[in-house]
Design a protein around this ligand. Structure first.
Ligand SMILES: Nc1nc2c(ncn2[C@@H]2O[C@H](COP(=O)(O)OP(=O)(O)OP(=O)(O)O)[C@@H](O)[C@H]2O)c(=O)[nH]1
Ligand SMILES: [Mg+2]
Length: 330
């Protein structure tokens, strides 16, 4: 029988300690691979970035034709994550995870209306927090009411998929080993079936990889900063012409035209500094922005701009980091 790691789903092997799924020969009966053991006990993981895995995961899920619970956290709602959600052709529910990080005054219904308007979401949208145990009972009731007995949990890496399953395990006080969770990108490496009870099986999955991501496992401190553990306090700046907000010394947002209001919805662990020049030794692009729009920094968050603006954004990554969209705020 093939044995799999209970923490990340990878096939266990004792032949090559450089490959995934390794357990030393003398620990042959272990149910966790060495990598999970290191993540859990030393918060240290060999960086593994899975290859582009979207098509493979979607194909597998489509063939199995079970319900999909697709997790996206508030700071990661953007055209890239929604595009992958839209590719799923089975019955599905969109789940906004990490509900605890959403500023209190932005009500779920407001976000739902806006998701339907801007991103054309037609399916049900739920909000929950695995970390703070918010809306878990109503989530489980929703599954029951809709007769969902088996569901895949899908989403980009770090969306909180494994944490959600662990929370459900805890909710029912089950004697099942927790799945490994961490800020390391691609903690979960293969599908993991967790039978909660006769009425419910949840299937964890490897997170979709973020191609050309601004963050990598080599910079786990930056990933930590991007992933807040408490709710976001938006920060508003009235920016005069030719002033810049530098985000963690990595991204420069420069207001090129008249004085305007910029509100940053980002993890508060990121350092924002105001500077009075406009030239940076980084690749830059200018964006013409309509009244009340969001500048989305994919995988990081967004910036709400009140009046029409001309904004220069400078950064040093090859990725397409920016999206401009209609604001969530009327
Ligand atoms: N604030 C907050 N953080 C959360 C929540 N759920 C998970 N996290 C954190 O997000 C990070 C990623 O969680 P995981 O459950 O490992 O995410 P995943 O989607 O399984 O990630 P992969 O296995 O890499 O695809 C961890 O640091 C969690 O502590 C939540 O509800 N709120
Ligand atoms: Mg996981």
């Amino acid at each position: 029988m093939i044995r799999k790691c209970l923490g990340c789903g990878i096939k266990l092997q004792s032949t090559d300690n450089q490959k995934l799924g390794f357990v030393p020969k003398h620990k042959k009966d272990a149910d966790l691979c060495e990598r999970c053991f290191k993540i859990i006990h030393y918060n240290d993981a060999k960086a593994v970035i899975l290859k582009e895995n979207q098509n493979k995961i979607i194909k597998h899920v489509q063939e199995d034709n079970k319900h999909v619970l697709f997790l996206i956290d508030f700071l990661n709602i953007n055209e890239d994550t929604i595009k992958v959600y839209q590719k799923i052709k089975t019955s599905k529910t969109l789940i906004i995870s990490k509900y605890d990080i959403i500023p209190k005054y932005i009500k779920p219904q407001k976000i739902i209306n806006w998701l339907q308007d801007v991103y054309k979401i037609k399916e049900d949208i739920l909000f929950l927090s695995a970390l703070k145990n918010q809306n878990i009972s109503s989530f489980l009731n929703y599954l029951k009411q809709n007769n969902i007995k088996e569901a895949y949990i899908l989403g980009f890496t770090n969306a909180g998929k494994s944490s959600l399953i662990n929370r459900v395990i805890k909710h029912y006080n089950l004697n099942i080993k927790s799945i490994t969770t961490s800020l390391v990108l691609n903690t979960t490496l293969d599908f993991i079936n967790i039978k909660i009870n006769d009425q419910l099986t949840l299937i964890d999955s490897p997170g979709f990889t973020i191609s050309n991501s601004i963050c990598s496992n080599d910079d786990i401190d930056f990933i930590r900063k991007l992933n807040p553990k408490k709710y976001i306090r938006p920060i508003t700046y009235q920016l005069k012409p030719n002033t810049t907000i530098l985000i963690d010394k990595k991204i420069a947002i420069t207001n090129l035209k008249e004085k305007n209001s910029f509100t940053f919805y980002l993890s508060n662990d990121l350092l924002l500094t105001k500077i009075y020049h406009t030239k940076f030794n980084m690749k830059s692009l200018e964006y013409d922005i309509e009244e009340n729009s969001d500048i989305v920094l994919k995988n990081i968050g967004f910036i709400n701009v009140k009046k029409p603006a001309l904004v220069k954004i400078s950064y040093d990554y090859s990725s397409s980091l920016i999206e401009i969209r209609k604001s969530i705020f009327k």
